[in-house]
Design a protein around this ligand. Structure first.
Ligand code: UPG
Length: 439
């Protein structure tokens, strides 16, 4: 098939590349000329496993084309995906300016009938708005090309984005037009082979499914973080409670890990946007508001533990920190708990030495000019002259460290673990004072 994907961010680039991998001809469009130039030269703006090789291979084969010319892509395509960002606006709503701008451009430039698919996470009713914008432009031009709107939310996770796209759990197709649905099924058939993973519904329900999925996952995390906070007070261990709870088939084990809060480009903004959607529609969400509140507090739990140990004034203290990205497998630091923890430490007078396998450069940009944080290329070097080790992200390389090395380099043999990576008894036996979340 011939496809245009508008937006070469996380979702657009991965989706477009995975479509090209199955032999489709894909035009990836972005208004950012520098980004398009880099992509043409095989320079990928994000770190994501398997992505670079796939981009270069398909670009060289000629079926993954990067261009700033939307008209060119549209003229050659039968399906156009909108995959631009919908960041959080200052009022907590999803900012749809770029989505609507793109819709207008499609209406101005399309030159034959099209299927137009919203991949971006957009609030319920946005599909209808896009429809009206495009139709208005077509009317202005006096042309009567037909187009069908589809909502096809994306469920890929950072760190496993390519795998998630190549083997999705489900493909939601929000459309009530049979021909369009069949075309979408044909496009996705190679990715869901041997499984009936298509879920067909109306556009509004598809849009809502995306928000409800992310909100459900965020709720599970905040719920377990709340249980963890109670566990600490009553002498229970959330790591064991998770097993006791997750073994119920109706509940399951995933997304029950207590920690120092969820981050990333999706959960915080999507929970916030869903709250706003409810409020605007006349319903004030209760659970969702608390999911957000619990998470904001949870990002400070490590900091509170450090202050309980060393006092409010941390002027004479220095800490080694492992993990800056919001989760392993990515260099993305959007809404990362590490930022809250580092800022809190520095505001209290401490200095920080940080290590992350992938996010160092991104972090250097965030903390540019700040003398109180230094970045290192080795996880052990951050420990020299440090009063404790703080673990914020559970990268694999932090899972079986050389405890002897940690012990000898640290001034105070203290570990604050925001991701509950180690066995408490083992660490205590090795001579560490070891703090976890929820035990
Ligand atoms: N997290 C926990 N405890 C858990 C699981 C996750 O604290 O038990 C945290 C994790 O550390 C991270 C955050 O939750 O900070 C989000 O993790 P994850 O969902 O793996 O990351 P994303 O890549 O943001 O993916 C989410 C959805 C995905 C969706 C995407 C964009 O999982 O389905 O496509 O957001 O909307």
């Amino acid at each position: 098939m011939n496809i245009t994907v508008i937006g070469t961010g996380y979702v657009g680039l991965v989706t477009g590349t995975c479509f090209s991998e199955m032999g489709n001809n894909v035009y990836c469009i972005d208004i950012d000329e520098e980004k398009i130039k880099s992509l043409k030269n095989g320079i990928i703006p994000i770190y994501e496993q398997h992505l670079e090789g796939m981009v270069i291979k398909n670009h060289n084969k000629g079926n993954l084309i990067f261009t700033t010319e939307l008209e060119k892509g549209l003229s050659k395509s039968n399906i156009c995906f909108i995959a631009v960002g919908t960041p959080m606006a200052s009022d907590g709503c999803a900012d749809l300016n770029v989505v609507f701008q793109v819709a207008k451009s499609i209406g101005e430039l399309m030159s034959h009938d099209l299927i137009i698919v919203t991949k971006s996470t957009v609030p319920v009713g946005t599909g209808d708005k896009i429809d009206r914008i495009i139709q208005k432009e077509l009317d202005k031009r006096g042309v009567n090309y037909k187009f069908q709107m589809v909502s096809n939310p994306e469920f890929l996770k950072e760190g496993t984005a390519v795998e998630d796209s190549m083997r999705p759990d489900r493909v939601i197709i929000g459309s009530e037009d049979e021909k369009t649905i069949n075309m979408m099924k044909e496009l996705y058939a190679p990715y869901v082979k041997n499984h009936d993973r298509f879920i067909i519904m109306d556009i509004r329900s598809a849009e809502m499914s995306k928000y409800a999925s992310n909100a459900m996952l965020a709720t599970r995390i905040s719920f377990m973080n709340e249980i963890a906070n109670i566990c600490e007070k009553v002498g229970a261990d959330v790591n064991k409670v998770r097993l006791g709870v997750g073994s119920d088939k109706r509940i399951g084990y995933s997304f029950l890990y207590a920690g120092c809060g969820y981050g990333g480009s999706c959960f915080p903004k999507d929970v916030s946007a869903l709250i706003k959607t409810g409020e605007i529609a006349g319903y004030t969400p209760k659970i969702l508001n608390e999911v957000e509140n619990v998470n904001n507090e949870q990002k400070k739990v490590i900091l509170n533990k450090i202050k309980e140990k060393f006092g409010e004034d941390l002027s004479n203290f220095s800490f080694g920190l492992w993990g800056l990205s919001f989760k392993p497998g990515t260099d993305d630091m959007r809404e990362a708990p590490s930022v809250v923890i580092i800022n809190g430490l520095i505001e209290s007078g401490a200095t920080v030495k940080a290590y992350d396998p992938k996010a160092r450069e991104v972090a250097k940009d965030i903390f540019k000019g700040n003398e109180n944080i230094k970045f290192f290329n080795s996880k052990y070097d951050v420990l020299n002259n440090s009063d404790g080790l703080i673990i914020v992200t559970e990268w694999n390389e932090f899972k079986s460290p050389d405890f002897n090395e940690i012990y000898h380099r640290l001034n105070n043999k203290i570990i604050f673990d925001g991701r509950n990576q180690f066995d408490k008894r083992l660490l205590n036996n090795l001579g560490f004072e070891y703090y976890q979340i929820g035990s």
